[in-house]
Design a protein around this ligand. Sequence first.
Ligand code: AMP
Length: 147
Amino acid sequence: METYQNILVAVDFYEQCEEITHKALALSHTYKAKLSIIHVVDNLPILDSSYGVEAPFNMDLITELMDNAKKKLADLAEKLQIPTDQVFLEMGSPKSEIVRVAEENAVDLIVIGSHGRHGLALLLGSTANGVLHYAKCDVLAVRIKDE
Ligand code: AMP
């Protein structure tokens, strides 16, 4: 039976993040697979003019967000012993970026939480739903239970 060789875990730094990374790490050990990690800094609403407000492009804020995210991701990757060339920090739509990075790096399994920041009201969160929809590889949605 073919096993997974290249696993990508998607993290949003929300509470359940540890449970998701723990499962991804365990799977990478089981399959002796390479483990990569991704975080996507979401598109900022301040750049969205659909509210009728023309907000200035705030480069300082974006740089600060990216720097903070980079540090958090690097700390988590170090904890999981993931080498730096397998750490992806992207900006844009989380579902699109996760799918793109997975395809470009021949990932064969994406590990994602069933829910994250976007609430527990739905059966699946919007990111998980989008990734399941568009990814060409297998996707494991780690069930996040309502407390
Ligand atoms: P959501 O669908 O947004 O409720 O989140 C479900 C899961 O998608 C989370 O548990 C993460 O695994 C992943 N995810 C959500 N947002 C991001 C993000 N910005 N970057 C990377 N992964 C994310």
